[in-house]
Design a binder for this molecule. Structure first.
Ligand code: FES
Ligand SMILES: [Fe+2]
Length: 442
């Protein structure tokens, strides 16, 4: 029976019905209509650099193998044996010349084509004719931008180019910073879970009001640090990054109001002008920064290097499963598990050709902000849990997302900027994309 939910009745201009976060049926429909229809980021090609490398991930709850085949091409395949359905691999990554099913030994090439079926005679001649059709099922759409791998469970999805639209500039901002013109994901992955709906993390990463409240304990701790610990130096750089980030979370209201908040029709968005380097990044005064900049200048020239380094974009959201940030080279991929449970994978990005100390800073930042023992992330996770518990209550029915409504500024055909940096425009735009997806029936 078709579910009869009138989605228009759940989303108002300035408020959202709580069931959108707490109803298991709506979650199921989100997996069908959003996560199974649009582009999802699977990762970056540097995670599988060599032929035979593979990793696994999931798309709308479906287990997926992403492999680099002998021909160097990348394939995304359903991780299910076509015989009787066993998962082919339970590894999160590995290297294999073939995938062999643990149950009856059916064996597949890394392209997904069938290679070998044991004891073929038992199948009879007619059935053997079918073997060549029993390769692993391909994910219908696969496309890349600047080395990032995207896939869609739909064959009718719009082009990745048009899906990303203005957000391509955020990927450009990240990759262009590399002195060698390329990046890689390095240093493993942090995985954390929270007891809340998948949308909460995407609504949090552009939220400039919460740091002064949710993160106030670490702000206060940072304010009590001796001054010398927040001076840039190669010694103590780790604590310097930690202290500066925490201090920045306690920035006065005018800093948050003045930052830029841009959103696109697909629900994507980014925060810009969040900081300047004297406030946060420390790099500009650091000795390693000079050698980094020299290398960048050598590749792109002075003017282009200035342009690249003057971009002060903070988090970028690619709706519905990505949040990333070029300043400290962080990538987070969101995996919804159930209506009230979400897992986030966090990766560190290395700028190829940059001094290794910059990657160390990346990892340090990750430990501070994204790691499972972070002083910052743990605050957010607790509040997601509280929000989820609140939203599971039946009353009051609505939550408010009206901050800044009516102050939006259209910038170009598909980009709308918030009237202030703390406008909740990014949430409203995420829900307008949500509504478009959810209203499309199968
Ligand atoms: S289920 Fe895979 S070989 Fe039988
Ligand atoms: Fe936060």
């Amino acid at each position: 029976m078709k579910p009869s939910i009138n989605f228009d009745e759940l989303i108002k201009k300035d408020s959202i019905h709580h069931s959108v976060y707490s109803d298991p049926l709506i979650f199921k429909l989100e997996m069908d209509r959003i996560f199974s229809r649009t582009w999802l980021m699977l990762g970056h090609e540097s995670q599988i650099p060599l032929p035979g490398d593979f990793m696994t991930t999931d798309m709308a709850g479906q287990s997926v193998i992403v492999s680099r085949a002998e021909n160097g091409e990348i394939y995304a395949l359903f991780n299910r044996c076509t015989h009787r359905g066993a998962l082919l691999t339970i590894e999160s990554k590995g290297h294999a010349s073939m995938f062999t099913c643990p149950y009856h030994g059916w064996t597949y090439k890394t392209t997904g084509e069938i290679h070998f079926v044991p004891k073929p005679n038992g199948y009879g001649e007619n059935h053997q004719q079918k073997f060549s059709e029993l390769g692993l099922l391909k994910i219908p759409s696969l496309s890349m931008y600047r080395g990032f791998i995207f896939a869609s469970l739909s064959s009718e999805v719009e082009s990745l180019d048009s899906f990303l639209g203005p957000m391509k500039s955020s990927f450009d901002d990240l990759v262009d910073r590399a002195p060698d013109g390329d990046i890689e994901i390095a240093g493993g992955v942090f995985k954390h879970a929270y007891d809340g709906n998948w949308k909460l993390v995407l609504e949090n990463h552009l939220d400039g009001v919460h740091p002064n409240y949710v993160h106030i304990s670490s702000v206060m701790a940072a304010r009590h640090q001796p001054k010398e610990e927040s001076v840039a130096s190669s010694k103590g750089h780790y604590s310097d990054i930690a202290v500066r980030q925490m201090l920045q979370n306690g920035a006065p209201d005018h800093v948050w109001e003045e930052l830029g908040m841009w959103t696109t029709d697909q629900g994507h968005g980014y925060m810009g002008d969040y900081h300047n380097d004297s406030r946060l990044v420390v790099g500009m005064n650091h000795p390693d920064f000079k050698s980094y900049k020299d290398k960048l200048v050598a590749r792109v020239g002075d003017a282009e290097a200035e342009r690249i380094l003057s971009v002060t974009r903070w988090n970028s959201i690619i709706y519905p499963n990505v949040s990333f940030m070029s300043q400290f080279r962080q990538l987070r991929i969101v995996h919804p598990i159930s209506v009230d449970r979400t897992v986030v994978y966090t990766y560190n990005v290395r700028l190829k050709g940059a001094p290794e100390s910059m990657f160390r800073d990346t990892v340090a930042f990750s430990n501070v902000v994204n790691g499972t023992a972070s002083w910052v992330l743990t605050d957010d996770l607790e509040v997601y849990g509280r929000v989820q518990k609140g939203l599971a209550m039946s009353q009051p029915e609505w939550i408010d997302i009206g901050r800044g409504l009516g102050t939006d500024v259209q910038e170009g055909e598909h980009v709308v900027r918030g009237g202030t940096g703390t406008s909740e425009i990014f949430i409203r735009r995420q829900f307008s994309a949500w509504l478009n997806y959810m209203k499309q029936e199968a």
